[in-house]
Design a binder for this molecule. Structure first.
Ligand code: NAD
Length: 253
């Protein structure tokens, strides 16, 4: 049993995508700490293998830009955490169509395919948790992030539909909607935003990233992982089809 919240996921199989870095690595650590058997999936072969070896998880090297790689990934999972994702920042008129399509494949089509493979087993066992790592950008738009905002809004719709279908089978589906989290994805954006807004990188976090956020600090990956783990614990059956913000008050604005 985990010492952190008393959450006991012994005997549960958890799939985490995008497990090699940032929020995915924190999710993998949290679910292993809760006693789950974790499959850590990522395209970064060395990083995901090293993390899995360290934690006693199982590594799966997959490229979710190739939806075929997603087709059997959810087989046997009791918990699916759709977390893999990436960002590209450019005005719509300059946004490369092939990058737009890849973002939708990784962040919408592959989650659909993964859940599609997981649901029959969950329905049979009468219990399951689908946790979609969405974003504030599943609820709000920002300029220069057309593909990411489109993908996250689509993921929100997919999550709610799964919630409706899964309800009679003990399966919940929710989105977690973080604001800016301290991960490599955000560190890359700081550099891109600095270029777009023509300000030094040091100013970007406070003046650009946290401009609409009352809590003036980045979210830590562990905070997102803790909420995901909590959704797998007792007393959560009625929490489904929800979008849970972890954004320092951004969307209260
Ligand atoms: P990250 O860049 O640190 O990690 C993302 C992981 O996804 C990487 O390990 C990467 O290899 C993997 N990945 C990317 N493309 C893949 C593919 N085609 N196939 C398999 N794996 C792939 O990013 P992060 O900040 O930890 O983001 C994780 C999730 O959280 C993403 O869905 C992101 O949109 C979401 N999110 C992040 C923030 C933030 O501020 N960091 C905020 C809200 C939501």
């Amino acid at each position: 049993m985990s010492e952190r919240t008393g959450l006991d996921l012994n005997g549960k199989r958890v799939l985490v995508t995008g497990a090699a870095s940032g929020i995915g690595a924190a999710l993998t650590r949290r679910f292993v700490a809760a006693g789950a058997e974790v499959v850590a999936a990522d395209k970064a072969a060395d990083a995901v293998s090293a993390l899995a070896d360290e934690l006693g998880a199982t590594a799966r090297v997959v490229d979710l830009a190739d939806p075929g790689d997603a087709d059997d990934l959810g087989d046997g999972a009791d918990v699916v955490v759709n977390n893999a994702g990436f960002q590209h920042v450019a005005p719509v008129q300059e946004f490369p169509p092939e990058v737009f399509a890849a973002i939708l494949r990784v962040m919408v089509e592959s989650p659909f395919r993964i859940v599609r493979s997981a649901l029959p087993g969950m329905y049979q066992r009468g219990w399951g948790r689908i946790i979609n790592i969405s974003s504030v950008h599943g609820l709000r738009a920002s300029p220069f992030k057309s593909a990411y905002v489109t993908a996250k809004h689509a993921l929100e719709g997919l999550s709610k539909t799964i919630a409706l279908e899964g309800a009679p089978h003990g399966v919940t589906s929710n989105c977690l909607c973080p604001g800016f989290v301290r991960t490599p994805l955000v560190e890359r954006q700081v550099a891109e935003q600095a270029r777009l807004h023509r300000v030094p990188e040091a100013q970007v976090t406070e003046d650009v990233l946290l401009a609409r956020t009352p809590v003036k600090r980045l979210v830590e990956p562990e905070e997102v992982a803790e909420l995901a783990a909590w959704l797998c614990g007792p007393g959560t059956t009625s929490i489904t089809g929800a979008s849970l913000s972890v954004d320092g008050g951004w969307t209260a604005n």
